[in-house]
Design a protein around this ligand. Structure first.
Ligand code: NDP
Ligand code: 2IT
Length: 449
């Protein structure tokens, strides 16, 4: 683990004590504070007025009961969360996650990352995150609808176009956003489209929002590769997950000439030496909501499925972790490095453990941290808000062009900051400092609030 500046260690100590047991939140804060030592040494003003302490403390944390009735008539109870972390740059903005592993610490780590990610986009959005420990797996469409409605019956009083604008994340896609928007509209009697992003086109959704996170990750990695005169062209690529982010990261990497050799879900992974057939993956995952193991059964020769195991054992030149936090360990990083990985781009939030990040750093692997590489999703959400505000709807091409520009801009700002701080090529440092400075400037100008 890296050293924390002596001025910042007491701040981390308070975070650890005040948020006992929230391991993922501690991990996210520690990584940012490790980067900030360089900033406070150069600009001591950023350490004044407890500015960093304030950034580490959410403005508001909401926890609520979500009762709903399953298809057997049984009453089920889940816990809902919304953490409104920082609104210095704009309304709170960030996704909602439905997964059994969701707890306050997970939502806080995601909300904390979101502050810096959103700042990096250069757009006027603060940071927040929400979710529930509801497990959508195996639930009928009606059960999903009833759950989303109950979730929104409480959430609606805390969100709004100028207050807090949720979107999707793990377990929450277009279907769930539709059900939540429907209940919000009914409860408020307002067609307030910009209260949620990731909506269907007919409700004011943006073209390219579905694709945006994955495409954005591929754009970022392509630009990062170009700094070493490399590209996706002809490269072997492994992508974890087969959800929203993974599928569209694969799609854009394929367009850039890559060969995808493996992808996964939470049960196991498939390897296809002929190149993953993305249409088949979409059919299995987006249409039938089934398991990725079916890919090997349907594909037959050349493809095989491995139950459990680590997808990072599959040799590749570019690795794109697009599933979940801490899915790529120090051991996995060493296996990737041994097999000749050139670049790693995080489509997911914090998928690499600190040990893995350290291993990539020491090996000189190009490494794009999630808060920079996956910012294309939330950036396009901000474009959706922009379209809603002007009652406009852009073409796919125009929206994707803006997304590509934004990703190149994030890449270049992170690279420049890393150089300025004497660590060329260190995108972790570059992203943390660039994001922090924008939020810190905005907070300072607002006074102590
Ligand atoms: P989806 O629900 O669409 O897909 C998630 C994928 O990851 C599925 O393949 C799922 O497998 C797998 N997965 C989820 N949890 C685990 C787990 N605990 N262990 C192993 N595999 C797991 O979610 P998204 O694609 O939207 O999100 C993926 C990641 O990207 C998350 O880290 C999210 O925070 C991040 N992200 C998402 C953005 C978005 O716009 N959607 C924007 C920026 C980041 P299974 O189907 O078996 O559950
Ligand atoms: O982690 C993320 O950036 C998201 N889940 C997307 C958030 C958003 O508001 O679009």
């Amino acid at each position: 683990m890296n050293q924390i500046d002596e001025k910042l260690q007491p701040i981390l100590n308070v975070v650890l004590q005040r948020n006992a047991g929230e391991a993922e939140f501690h991990q996210a804060v520690r990584e940012v504070l490790e980067s900030l030592g360089h900033v406070v040494a150069k600009h001591p003003g950023y350490a004044e007025d407890a500015l960093i302490e304030r950034i580490c403390e959410p403005e508001r944390q909401i926890i609520f009961r979500v009762p709903w009735i399953d298809d057997n008539g049984q009453v089920q109870i889940n816990r809902g969360f919304r953490v409104q972390f920082n609104s210095a740059l704009g309304p709170y903005k960030g996704g909602i996650r439905f997964h059994p592993s969701v707890n306050l610490g997970i939502v806080k780590f995601l909300g904390f990352e979101q502050i810096f990610k959103n700042a990096l986009t250069g757009l006027p959005i603060g940071g927040g995150k929400g979710g529930s420990d509801f497990d959508p797996r195996g639930r009928s469409d009606r059960e999903i609808m009833r759950f989303c409605q109950s979730f929104m019956i409480e959430l609606h009083r805390h969100v709004g176009e100028y207050t807090d604008v949720p979107a999707g994340d793990i377990g929450v896609g277009g279907r769930e956003i539709g059900y939540m928007f429907g209940m919000y509209k009914r409860l408020t009697n307002r067609y307030e489209a910009a209260v949620l992003t990731g909506k269907a086109l007919v409700h004011g959704g943006s073209r390219a929002r579905t694709e945006a996170t994955g495409y954005g990750t591929a754009y970022f990695v392509q630009r990062m590769l170009s700094t070493r005169s490399e590209s996706f062209e002809g490269r072997r690529v492994v992508v974890s997950g087969t959800g929203n982010v993974a599928i569209y990261a694969m799609e854009k990497a394929l367009e850039f000439g890559a060969k995808i050799v493996a992808c996964s879900d939470s049960n196991g992974y498939v390897v296809d030496e002929n190149g993953i057939d993305l249409d088949l993956v979409k059919q299995i995952k987006e249409v039938r909501r089934a398991r990725i193991s079916e890919y090997a059964q349907l594909k037959g020769k050349g493809a095989h499925y491995i139950d459990g195991g680590s997808i990072w054992d599959v040799p590749c030149e570019v690795a794109l972790p697009c599933a979940t936090q801490n899915e790529l360990s120090g051991r996995d990083a060493k296996a990737l490095i041994k097999n000749g990985v050139v670049a790693v781009g995080e489509g997911a939030n914090m998928p690499s453990t600190p040990e893995a990040v350290q291993a990539f750093r020491e090996a000189g692997t190009l490494f794009a941290p999630g808060k920079a590489a996956n910012a294309g999703g939330v950036a396009t959400s901000a474009l959706e808000m922009q379209q809603n505000a002007s009652r406009d709807s852009w073409t796919f091409e125009r929206t994707e062009e803006r997304l590509a520009e934004i990703m190149d801009g994030i890449h270049d700002r992170c690279a420049r900051t890393a150089e300025e701080y004497g660590a060329p090529g260190d995108y972790v440092l570059g992203a943390n400092i660039t994001g922090f400075v924008r939020v810190a400037e905005a907070m300072r100008a607002l006074g102590v609030v």
